[in-house]
Write a protein that binds this ligand. Structure first.
Ligand SMILES: [Fe+2]
Length: 202
């Protein structure tokens, strides 16, 4: 008997909607004392203040990009090893490479948006002032990551894909969790870990 595939849940992005509200409950923490209690984070905050980068100046946007030359390892293709894959010609493999590249980069883009929102939540929910300052620098950093992936996808690759329902589930879990340490763990270890693994592979 053929295995039953679970239906892939629809996401607003996959149905063409661009805005989605997510109800998140979390405690916001004021810190009226403003005492510096985390020198390591204060040092990182000071370092971040001095090393901000501007995407228009830092990245060579005039570089011509041939999306068909994106090279992913062949075994990375979801159909690798199947009869369908074996029948593909070089032209079809190249076309698929462009789509895989666009799909993967789109997931990076959506993951960065999740990171941007998680970092904003951290600013509000972490108790000590040095952590708030440092999380604020991360908000700015993540905004540039979103900006750069979006620009690259739409100017160089030409098209993008909606968020994967599985990535969306993970982002929702992180953003809806009321505990700031779970947000930190989810974004810095799970999502960044996934991203690093993909970077490593390509
Ligand atoms: Fe990021």
């Amino acid at each position: 008997m053929a295995a039953q595939l679970e239906p892939v849940p629809e996401t607003p992005a996959s149905t063409g909607l661009t805005l989605e509200k997510l109800e998140c409950k979390m405690d916001l923490v004021y810190n009226w004392g403003y005492e510096s209690t985390r020198q390591d984070l204060r040092d990182l905050y000071n370092k971040a203040k001095r090393s901000h980068w501007i995407s228009e100046e830092t990245l060579p946007w005039a570089t011509n990009v041939d999306a068909s030359k994106a090279s992913w390892p062949e075994h990375f293709h979801p159909l690798f090893g199947s009869d369908i894959f074996k029948k593909l010609g070089e032209k079809e493999k190249t076309a698929l490479n462009v789509e895989i590249s666009s799909w993967l980069l789109s997931q990076f883009l959506h993951g960065e948006q999740g990171a941007l929102m998680a970092a904003t939540q951290l600013v509000a929910s972490v108790p000590d002032i040095d952590s708030k300052y440092y999380a604020a620098t991360q908000v700015f950093d993540e905004a540039r990551h979103v900006e750069v992936y979006d620009r690259y996808l739409h100017q160089k690759v030409g098209h993008s894909y909606p968020v994967s329902p599985h990535l969306k589930t993970l982002l929702d879990l992180i953003l809806k969790d009321s505990r700031w340490d779970m947000k930190l763990l989810g974004m810095q270890i799970m999502v960044e870990g996934l991203a690093l693994a993909v970077f490593g592979m390509v």
